[in-house]
Design a protein around this ligand. Sequence first.
Ligand code: AG3
Length: 283
Amino acid sequence: MTEWFNETLHEDYGQHLSIDRVLYREKTEHQDLIIFENSRFGRVLALDGIVQTTEGDEFIYHEMLTHLPILAHGAVKRVLIIGGGDGGMARETLKHQDIEHLTMVEIDPAVVEMCREHLPTLNAGAFDDPRFELVIADGARFVAETDERWDIVIVDSTDPIGPSEVLFGQAFYAGCKRCLTEGGILVTQNGVPFVQGEEITSTYSRLKPLFADVWFYLATVPTYQGGPMAFGWASDDMGLRALDTATIANRFASKSIATRYYTPDVHTGSFGLPVYMLDMFKR
Ligand code: AG3
């Protein structure tokens, strides 16, 4: 008899993945954590009944939230990740040899420990890189209080239910802004707009008063069901989003970074949004 993981994100719509083997299951201090094996996607991490990442398709999400802002900025030395406990975001960030320091602020130490053990290809050594610093703390508090500054802030959150709800609020976004150096960029996990449109509308209205340029970009991640996922983009430098493909391609080529999703064409093209999404924040 096959055991199934039935995602509980939506009341009226969902995906299910066969659980071929459970590697770990625990109610942590913060959330319900399971890591299991699925024949199609490999190892899967789910928190509170929602798929967070799978070995099969994680590269799409992690590449798009790192290389895009880092290459658009062009001179990144310091990166801050809020969340990101599985380590995929740290791995992609540290592929940039000119990045000197990465701070990852994760609320749940169990996610970091269990992913290190059962999903080792996610961090792929990043957790042991001398440039990597782990802070176990509440991200919302951290951005409000720290005196440090970063060139890029990446919000790798769960959905706005449970521990991550505050990571979609205006106070948190203002905290992110205060953590950025001049010309810095904030990028966020912003849900799947076709089925989570409210996240686009509310994030835009909260970011717009804080930054000169607020926009979204897209990538399709199969296990984030319902269409392409949106990533939020906020910066005071209007020019960074408008850089042409040739400029990005030059920067990318100079770094010899291997990717499986990201290309300079994908980079510039991902800012093109469909009408149904524009209707959610532009009117
Ligand atoms: N965090 C984003 C998970 C979002 C899933 N939600 C959804 N399908 N709407 C992933 C953490 C990976 N580092």
